[in-house]
Design a binder for this molecule. Structure first.
Ligand SMILES: [Ca+2]
Ligand SMILES: [Ca+2]
Ligand SMILES: [Ca+2]
Ligand SMILES: [Ca+2]
Length: 227
């Protein structure tokens, strides 16, 4: 026999869950931050670009991280001219590009290490190529960032998995200052960094966990032998 008490708890728990899910869907639980300070990066000297979450952003909840994506807009071309049109005479050395993301607690992920993209082939086949676009790094993307690049000779725009997973940040807290370290290993052929946007999905607030607890408690009650 199922007790009236258990049935009531189940009903209350699941109604509460539905309300919570709806509420959090409205909030979306997603926070974003952008840094659009240009940098003409070269010669192994990192440009460091911060973004800060204050905790007051809609969707911040308690700041616990469920997922991190990052979108980076940059160009890489021959020469050092910061603005287009870029020189197109010689090789742009895409292999010099590197990006590392550092969380507020100092956890770092080398998203794109040096030599992720191809360098200069002996045939000079990549002379004159220019990359100018936007790459989104997302663990849930279908392909890793360098797969098509090795065939095409240059980075591809779109959504790709980073070389090392962003899931290293899952479970940490978003509160505070994040840094993107932007690198270009060797002198000449600068990396023209334009902007990045950090998109963090936060874990829903505990109110909904309390609802799940109520529902789960009812299930436990159901499984207990009746006296
Ligand atoms: Ca993820
Ligand atoms: Ca060059
Ligand atoms: Ca993701
Ligand atoms: Ca360079």
């Amino acid at each position: 026999m199922i007790s009236i008490r258990a049935v009531t708890m189940i009903a209350a728990g699941w109604v509460c869950c539905l309300l919570c899910v709806q509420q959090h869907a409205a909030h979306a639980g997603v926070i974003t931050a952008t840094n659009a300070q240009f940098a003409n990066v070269d010669g192994g000297i990192l440009a460091k670009r911060p973004v800060t979450f204050l905790g007051s952003e809609p969707g911040f909840a308690l700041g616990a991280i469920a997922d991190v994506n990052i979108t980076i807009e940059f160009a890489k071309a021959d020469g050092t001219n910061p603005n287009p049109p870029y020189p197109t005479t010689f090789d742009p050395f895409f292999n010099e590009i590197n990006f590392e993301l550092i969380s507020p607690n100092g956890t770092s992920v080398m998203l794109i290490p040096v030599n992720t993209f191809p360098g200069a082939p002996a045939t000079n086949a990549f002379n004159g190529l220019v990359y100018d676009g936007t790459i989104t790094l997302d663990d849930e993307a279908a392909q890793t960032v360098n797969i098509q690049a090795m065939l095409a000779g240059m980075p591809n725009s779109g959504a790709f998995r980073p070389v090392n997973p962003l899931s290293a940040f899952d479970g940490l807290n978003a509160l505070g200052t994040w840094q993107l370290w932007i690198g270009d290993e060797v002198g000449d052929d600068t990396l023209r960094f334009r902007s990045y946007t950090l998109t963090i999905t936060t874990v829903p607030e505990p109110t909904s966990w309390a609802c799940w607890g109520l529902a789960m408690g009812a299930l436990v009650l159901l499984r207990q032998p009746h006296r």
